[in-house]
Design a protein around this ligand. Structure first.
Ligand code: AP5
Length: 216
């Protein structure tokens, strides 16, 4: 199964990608996670990435396309993949089409998570994750079961993302409208786009996605 999850910052792409990876045993390719990990390397390249991401802009297409090309052609993708955060521009979508043609694979579906603007800001501002295992949480929507302790690995250290502040979020939302939203008509023309109400509680969003995938 080869899927793309589309939607603005905070729509729930990472949350649903993690669910799909567990449920269907397919690889989750999150460009945001890959870039954040590359940004921690402490070299000049990492520092440049960190600056672009913390400004709310998009990293250059050529960098992202190279990263994804290596992943998509690797063995880990043989069973399929979920793309979370890629493509984000029409140039990236066209590059993905070419990569998939080269390995003679097709996309199965592009799922857009539709969420109101105000809810996006609230979701992003309440988000944090475990430093140990990366499990994502939210102050209101997915709180820790035990104060200060990760439900999954028992870790006690948590991080809030550097780009999750009000000013950067506004820029990320603008970048989405200007550069990523044009992908919706791009995939609609290919009859691949399916919309899911991302305002529903997480488990209901999972259920809607399961229904779409059952019909593929
Ligand atoms: P990236 O990491 O991809 O961030 P994003 O697209 O801004 O998306 P988010 O991770 O903020 O949100 P999400 O949709 O995954 O929501 P989540 O599941 O966490 O990219 C970061 C940066 O990297 C970009 O700004 C750019 O600079 C760069 N970049 C990445 N890819 C790139 C590319 N291809 N090209 C160029 N640059 C690139 O959910 C949010 C919160 O809401 C969580 O706390 C969650 O618990 C909660 N939540 C989730 N679902 C629900 C629900 N149904 N109800 C209530 N709460 C919910």
């Amino acid at each position: 199964m080869r899927l793309i999850l589309l939607g603005p910052p905070g729509a729930g792409k990472g949350t649903q990608a993690a669910f799909l990876a567990r449920e269907y045993g397919i690889l989750k390719l999150s460009t945001g996670d890959m870039l954040r990990s590359a940004a921690q390397a402490g070299d000049e390249f990492g520092e440049n990435l960190r600056q672009v991401m913390s400004s709310g802009g998009l990293v250059a297409d050529s960098i992202i396309i190279d990263i994804i090309r290596k992943e998509v052609s690797g063995d880990g993708c043989a069973k399929g993949f979920i793309l979370d955060g890629f493509p984000r521009t029409v140039v990236q979508a066209q590059a993905l089409d070419t990569m998939l043609e080269e390995i003679q694979c097709g996309l199965d579906s592009v799922i857009e998570l539709v969420v109101d603007h105000d809810a996006l800001v609230e979701r992003i501002s309440g988000r944090f994750s475990c430093d140990g295992c990366g499990e994502g949480y939210h102050d209101s929507y997915k709180p820790l079961k035990k104060e200060g302790i990760c439900d999954v690995c028992g870790g006690v250290h948590f991080t809030r993302r550097e780009d999750d502040n009000a000013q950067t979020v506004a820029k990320r939302l603008r970048a989405y409208q200007e550069q990523t939203a044009p992908l919706l008509p791009y995939y609609e023309k290919k009859h691949m786009l399916r919309q899911v109400d991302g305002m529903l509680p997480m488990q209901q969003v999972e259920e809607r996605i399961r229904e779409i995938l059952a019909h593929l």
